[in-house]
Design a protein around this ligand. Structure first.
Ligand code: FES
Length: 93
């Protein structure tokens, strides 16, 4: 199924660069910011702590992060090249 609102589950192999908590990371194309955070190479070694999340559909708001300086639900925001993402662990105010 590929209608509007659906994103591919399979990793296409294409990557974009985003900054997560001040460090550049390569993440798969076409994913939400939440999925990108969960897939980021730095999660495995503990350099990135992904936000807490529950619903994945924009209702619980547990996944809120800052994206390019604006607070947003990570599960409802597509990751775009050059995004600057700040997790709650690194909010400074
Ligand atoms: S996980 Fe519930 S709003 Fe994102």
């Amino acid at each position: 199924m590929s209608g509007q609102g659906f994103r591919p589950v399979r990793d296409s192999g294409e990557r974009i660069m985003v900054a997560i908590d001040g460090v550049e990371h390569e993440v798969p194309v076409g994913m939400s910011v939440l999925a990108a955070l969960l897939c980021a190479d730095a999660v495995a070694d503990g350099r990135v702590i992904p936000p807490d999340w529950f619903c994945g559909i924009g209702q619980c708001q547990r996944c809120r992060v800052r994206i390019n300086g604006r607070e947003a639900a990570a599960c409802q925001t597509p990751a775009r090249p050059g995004d600057v993402i700040e997790t709650r662990e690194n909010w400074s105010g």
